[in-house]
Design a protein around this ligand. Structure first.
Ligand SMILES: C[S@@+](CC[C@H](N)C(=O)[O-])C[C@H]1O[C@@H](n2cnc3c(N)ncnc32)[C@H](O)[C@@H]1O
Length: 197
C-alpha cells in the first residue's frame, strides 16, 4: 500500500472500530440516513484502483469521518502532488474530519455544504470521483460534473452501494450502460461501481 504511513494506519483502525457502532443523520428531506463508512472489503480496492490509475485530482462526495478519504490517500502517488477535495454537508463532521486530515502528506480539503452547491463552485477537472453520499443523488451529481466539465474522457468513476442500494442507484447505473461506458460492478458487500469515461 503506497503511503500507508503509521499515522494513516492508526486513523484507519480507529475509524473502522468506531464505525461498527453506526451513526444516523438527517438528510435533506428530513428523514434519517446512516452515516455508514465503506465496508472493510472496499478500502483495499480503493487503494488498488487509485494506485493503478494515478489520479492527481480526486473528488469525493460524502466524506463523513474520512475513512474512504484515508484509503484514497493511501493509493495516491506523492510524486504527482495529488490533492483530494471531499464534500460533507454536516458542519461538525466536516470540521472534525478536516482537522483529522490536516497532517497528511496529501492535501485534503473538506468542503462543507450540499454536494450540488459545492459542485457548482468547483473549478478545473478531476481524474477520479468517488460517490458515497445520498444514493438517489448520484445521477444528478454525475450529470452536473459532466456538464460543468469537471469530469470528462478518462476520468475514473467509483460509487459505493450500487448493489445494496441498487434501486436508488439505478438511473445512475443505467447511464453507463446507455452511453456504452466501460464499467464493472465489483461484488463487494455493498457493490462498488468502477468505470472510466
Ligand atoms: C455513507 S456516508 C460517507 C462515508 C464515507 N465515504 C466513508 O467511507 O467514511 C455519507 C455522508 O455524506 C453526507 N451527505 C449525504 N448527503 C449529502 C449531500 N447531499 N451533500 C453533502 N454531503 C452529504 C452525510 O452527512 C454522510 O456523512
Amino acid at each position: 500500500m503506497k503511503m500507508k504511513t503509521e499515522k494513516i494506519s492508526i486513523e484507519i483502525e480507529m475509524l473502522e472500530s468506531f464505525s461498527k457502532q453506526g451513526e444516523s443523520y438527517t438528510n435533506d428531506t428530513g428523514s434519517f440516513g446512516w452515516r455508514n463508512p465503506i465496508r472493510q472489503d472496499t478500502g483495499p480496492i480503493l487503494v488498488d484502483i487509485t494506485s493503478k490509475t494515478s489520479p492527481k485530482r480526486v473528488l469525493e462526495i460524502g466524506t463523513a469521518h474520512g475513512l474512504s478519504t484515508l484509503y484514497l490517500v493511501c493509493g495516491l502517488k506523492k510524486e504527482l502532488n495529488p490533492v483530494i477535495d471531499t464534500i460533507e454537508f454536516d458542519g461538525q463532521v466536516a470540521e472534525s474530519t478536516q482537522q483529522r486530515m490536516s497532517q497528511l502528506e496529501v492535501p485534503v480539503k473538506v468542503h462543507h455544504g450540499e454536494a450540488m452547491e459545492i459542485i457548482d463552485q468547483l473549478t478545473g477537472s478531476y481524474d477520479l470521483v468517488f460517490f458515497d453520499a445520498q444514493k438517489n443523488h448520484y445521477f444528478k451529481q454525475l450529470k452536473s460534473l459532466i456538464s460543468k466539465g469537471l469530469i470528462g474522457k478518462g476520468s475514473v468513476i467509483l460509487a459505493d452501494n450500487v448493489i445494496d442500494r441498487q434501486t436508488e442507484c439505478q438511473p445512475f447505473l443505467d447511464w453507463f450502460t446507455e452511453n456504452d461506458i466501460c464499467h464493472e460492478i465489483i461484488p463487494t458487500e455493498c457493490g462498488l461501481l468502477f468505470a472510466q469515461l
